[in-house]
Design a protein around this ligand. Structure first.
Ligand SMILES: Cc1ncc(C[n+]2csc(CCOP(=O)(O)OP(=O)(O)O)c2C)c(N)n1
Ligand SMILES: [Mg+2]
Length: 413
């Protein structure tokens, strides 16, 4: 896995190739798309998936059985029962927070919510692999990663309530603000990583994006730049099978992780519902970056169990049996099975976690409902550092518009 400093200019064998050689990893990444099957009918897609389950790095089976992996076991070798319970707690509390936010949107307390349901392992595994001095560039769905970075979950809700433009200081936790323009944060991450390299620091950067975003030019550009400059960045693509109503088949003809090969860096597909595998593979990729070996693409193969956002109705474009198949691979359930089978937990642990979960839900509800409305004119702040004539004009127009309501009410309406 060691690559010398001139590696950026040398064609390299990908980790997937190596994994294939040792028979342990995600080499072929067979999927319904690899054979060119691009059927758009729901039944065709489901059938293709059933007949060709993709190969991926997995340490915990859906039944909660630990399987050996010669390449990645080393990255979780020191994990203790307490660490495992910690990962379980992270996933349970993240799911609870997410469910609470969805409910708050339904009650009219949030304008919108993008649920992470089903993606807890991908986010907690990769998030816990990061070091405090690493820098994280999320999309809009990385609530589990935010949790791992120590961002108070209630801070994630201000933007979705429409009371602020972000809600946290990115530099407090090295966790950038949520980015809605899909894929653009991969460029920010690449630039930041190039800066880290120039500073001579051994920190790394991780950029999250989705299967849909993988089609954006920004992602292609960031792959090119990071490869050529050997930037210490991990591209963590959560392939949750859908980009709103578009299936992954509409984004690519090859498994996404294989795209890295064309840019000259390794790509690995990991079971995104296996928190241990996500932890191990992300640690490996971050350590490569720290050693100056450049970028890695990690494709976490997972599933968006819920709607794209609370504005979406997935029953219009996907079949129920697809969700049912993924429910059997639930990330929380599989770790619970493993913990129980290993006698790492007792009933007291689960009961305490339930109490903690209830308390989190209560706090989230209370904090959101108490969020003050912003000053109406705050939207004109922070557009330009030194102001701008056009913004001044718009502010004046808005002030006149607001004043028109005052006139109307004074007029007896
Ligand atoms: C540049 C850009 N184009 C289009 C959109 C509208 N949009 C919002 S989310 C989304 C789909 C993203 O899918 P994916 O990258 O798979 O992420 P997921 O939502 O599944 O987590 C699109 C097209 C956008 N936000 N930004
Ligand atoms: Mg997606």
């Amino acid at each position: 896995m060691t690559v010398d400093s001139s590696a950026a200019r040398q064609p390299r064998r990908s980790a997937a190739d190596k994994a294939g050689k040792t028979g342990t990893g995600a080499r072929s990444g067979r999927s319904g798309t690899a054979s060119g099957a691009t059927g758009t009918k729901r039944t065709t897609r489901t059938a293709a998936k059933k007949s060709a389950e993709p190969e991926l790095v997995q340490l915990l089976t859906p039944e909660g059985k630990r399987v050996k992996n010669a390449e990645y076991d080393a990255y979780v070798a020191g994990i203790t029962p307490e660490d495992l319970r910690g990962l379980y707690r992270d996933m349970v509390l993240t799911r609870r927070f997410d469910a609470e936010a969805t409910a708050l949107q339904r009650q009219g307390e949030l304008g919108l919510w993008a649920s992470l349901l089903g993606q807890e392992a991908a986010q907690i595994g990769s998030g816990r692999a990061t070091r405090e001095d690493d820098y994280v560039f999320p999309t809009y769905r990385e609530h589990g990663v935010a949790w791992c970075r120590g961002v108070d979950p209630t801070n994630l809700l201000g933007m979705f309530r429409g009371v602020n433009n972000g809600g946290w200081d990115p530099n407090s936790n090295n966790f950038h603000l949520y980015t809605i323009v899909i894929g653009s944060q991969t460029l920010h991450a690449t630039g930041y990583a190039m800066g880290i390299a120039k500073d001579g620091a051994d920190s790394a950067v991780i950029a999250y994006f989705g299967d849909g975003a993988s089609s954006q030019g920004d992602v292609a550009e960031s792959f090119t730049f990071s490869a050529v400059y050997n930037a210490p960045v991990v591209f963590f693509c959560q392939n949750n099978q859908w980009a709103i109503s578009e299936p992954t088949e509409k984004q690519t003809r090859v498994p996404l992780y294989q795209r890295a090969q064309g840019y000259g860096f390794p790509g690995v597909r990991v079971d995104g519902n296996d928190v241990l595998a996500c932890l191990a593979v992300t640690k490996w990729a971050l350590e490569r970056a720290r050693r100056g070996e450049g970028p890695t693409l990690v494709e976490a193969f997972t599933y968006r169990m819920g709607a794209h956002t609370t504005s979406d109705d997935p029953t219009r474009y996907r079949a129920d049996d697809e969700r049912a198949a993924w429910e059997a691979k639930d990330p929380i359930l599989r770790l619970r099975r493993y913990l129980e089978a290993s006698n790492h937990t007792d009933d007291g642990f689960f009961a305490e976690l339930e109490t903690e979960s209830e308390a989190l839900g209560k706090r989230v509800r209370e904090v959101v409902r108490a969020m003050p409305d912003p000053d109406h004119f705050a939207i004109f702040e922070n557009v330009y550092a030194d102001g701008h004539a056009l913004v001044d004009e718009e502010r004046a127009q808005f002030a006149a518009y607001q004043a028109s309501f005052a006139d109307a009410s004074e007029g007896g309406h």
